[in-house]
Ligand binder design. Structure first.
Ligand code: FES
Length: 105
C-alpha cells in the first residue's frame, strides 16, 4: 500500500538545499529548487552512498558532495557519462505550502 504523508512546509526546506526525513525505508531527502519546486530522492548516492542532501542543487540536479556525480532530481538518474540511479518519490505541495510525500506503507 502507498500513501501521501504530510511532511513539512515549503519554508522548512532551505532554498537550493534539502531536508532529510527518516522513514522505515531509510532517509529520504526533499530538495527545493530555485523555483520552489520540491523533489524527493533517497538520501544515498548510487555511487558509494554519499549523502545527496549535502550536495549542491542547481536546476533540477543535485551534485553529490563526495565524487561530484550529478543526479537528476526528477527521476534519480545519474547524468552521463556516469551511470546509476537512486529511488525517487512523488511529492506535491498543497494549500498553505504543505509538502506531501508519497511513500509505501
Ligand atoms: S558517493 Fe556520490 S559520487 Fe561517489
Amino acid at each position: 500500500m502507498i500513501q501521501w504523508i504530510e511532511i513539512c512546509h515549503l519554508q522548512d526546506i532551505p532554498s537550493l538545499g534539502a531536508l532529510v526525513v527518516t522513514t522505515d525505508w531509510g532517509n529520504i531527502a526533499l530538495f527545493r529548487t530555485a523555483s520552489d519546486e520540491v523533489l524527493a530522492l533517497d538520501d544515498r548516492c548510487p555511487n558509494r552512498g554519499g549523502p545527496l542532501s549535502q550536495g549542491i542543487v542547481h536546476g533540477k540536479v543535485v551534485t553529490c558532495p563526495l565524487h561530484n556525480r550529478k543526479i537528476n532530481l526528477t527521476d534519480g538518474q545519474v547524468l552521463a557519462p556516469d551511470k546509476g540511479c537512486t529511488h525517487s518519490y512523488p511529492v506535491k505541495v498543497i494549500e498553505m505550502d504543505k509538502i506531501l510525500l508519497w511513500i509505501p506503507n
